[in-house]
Design a protein around this ligand. Structure first.
Ligand code: HAM
Length: 419
């Protein structure tokens, strides 16, 4: 027989299989619970949107200009797979005009054509929230508190919170001019990239190029140019965080990778991760995006947190073990009739986790499989007992065994489990 190539998932993507997927589910469940406690409802938007929706997150950013999965559909429309969650959510807000403030959370995959490495993928998943329609700095504190508490819930302790303010339009305009002068004075270092600096001077600040770091380090800082209202707004956010006992560091060079950010920006880094991919979550205000998408003026803030990276941070800190995926009851079939199928159905219908070994195994092997599945009870269908309308119930923890009437077995185990 000719040997066939084994199909593989595309570069930069990962399959999530049991038992890892149970941790994944656990993480999302905890996030959903926390979001609900904070008054956020689930929002589900399409995986693809019109290209222009995502172009709004910043044409001078790598995410849009180099990494977007965009394509023409069969009707000739230019579409793109979502590279992040904010743009689609804001598009939905502008389209449906829900009552503001609109507080929503999501869990979804995102696509970026990046150079894959540990913690950086071409498809990654994020949990995130967006709170649209309020400029109250208390909302900034609320979303940071939500994410901070989520990491603590998971057991993460080596997490560092960095915050900065991008100021208001006035601030940024003045700062851009100062910064651009500075880049022009370093045209020899920037080379052809000076053109990108001219388009958006702030983009250079989040570059990771080693030979630029000295220059970036000495660049003028936005914090020195904050307007009075911006400084007051930022101060209120800090006061709120202190009042909640959330420690943070001011990071004057934190500008984050999208053009839509205004005012507060923040990032959580997992110190146990080391290396470059240590940003486990981040976000900030984007006070003008809704308007740019045709919605009413609606200041907003949100964050996204990468599920894969959060799980890597959990591994590094040895927290959030996979939840035990044990079955309650295992059916041992010594008769080989349809009875096992019927019994399994009944057990599952009363709410028990029930399973059986693959067909055709010896009784001994089936008991072995029950042990391996971590079953609490085994129920054996044996010819003699069945003839008198009974099955054998075995407590796999104590080894105790008794006969139970066939029609009473499902209810009996359900009661045992409750006690
Ligand atoms: P972001 O910083 O690009 O922000 O992504 C958020 C998080 O997603 C990162 O902190 C990281 O944990 C994870 N992440 C990003 N790219 C990758 C990747 N290639 N592989 C694995 N994980 C990744 C946003 O996406 C904004 N939409 C966040 C936001 C919401 N701002 C306001 N609202």
């Amino acid at each position: 027989m000719a040997e066939r190539d084994v199909f593989r998932a595309p570069k930069g993507t990962r399959d999530v299989l049991p038992p890892e997927s149970a941790r994944w589910g656990e993480l999302v469940a905890r996030f959903a619970d926390r979001a609900a406690r904070f008054g956020y409802g689930l929002v589900v938007t399409p995986i693809f949107e019109h290209y222009e929706v995502f172009a709004r997150v910043g044409e001078s950013t790598d995410v849009v200009s180099k990494e977007m999965y965009d394509f023409l559909d069969k009707g000739g429309r230019r579409l793109a797979l979502r590279p992040e969650g904010t743009a689609g959510t804001v598009r939905a807000f502008a389209q449906h005009r829900p009552t503001a403030p609109w507080k929503v959370w999501y869990v979804a995959p995102n696509f970026r054509y990046e150079q894959p490495q540990e913690g950086r993928y071409r498809q990654h998943w994020q949990v995130g929230v967006e709170a649209i329609g309020s400029d109250d700095p208390d909302i900034d504190v609320e979303v940071i508190d939500l994410l901070h508490g989520f990491y603590r819930d998971l057991g993460l302790r080596q997490v560092r919170l960095l915050v900065n303010s991008m100021g208001d339009a006035d601030t940024r305009e003045r700062y851009r001019a100062v910064l651009l002068d500075y880049w022009r004075a370093h045209a020899d270092v920037l080379g052809a990239e000076l053109a990108r600096a001219e388009q958006n001077p702030m983009r250079i600040l989040d570059s990771k190029l080693p030979h630029w770091q000295d220059m970036i380090e000495r660049a003028p800082q936005l914090a020195e140019h904050l307007s009075e209202p911006s400084a007051a707004q930022f101060e209120q956010v800090q006061t709120g965080l202190r009042a909640l006992g959330i420690s943070f560091e001011i990071a004057p060079r934190l500008v984050r990778g999208f053009d839509y950010y205004t005012a507060t920006v923040f990032e959580f880094q997992g110190d146990a991760l080391g290396g470059a991919q240590n940003a486990i979550g981040g976000g900030g205000r984007y006070d003008r995006l809704a308007e740019e998408m045709g919605g009413p003026p609606s200041p907003a803030i949100g964050f996204g947190s990468g599920i894969e990276r959060v799980l890597l941070a959990c591994d590094a800190e040895g927290v959030l073990p996979a939840p035990a995926d044990r079955v309650d009851v295992f059916v041992i079939d010594a008769v080989g009739t349809v009875d096992a199928v019927v019994l399994l159905h009944e057990l599952r219908e009363v709410g028990l986790r029930a399973d059986r070994a693959a067909a055709g195994r010896s009784v001994k092997k089936q008991w072995g499989a029950a042990d391996r599945a971590g079953a609490r009870w085994g129920v054996m269908l044996a010819p003699t007992e069945l003839e008198s309308g009974h099955v054998v119930l075995k407590d796999l923890a104590t080894g105790e065994q008794l006969e139970v009437r066939r029609e009473a077995i499902a209810a009996r185990i359900a009661t045992l489990r409750e006690s």
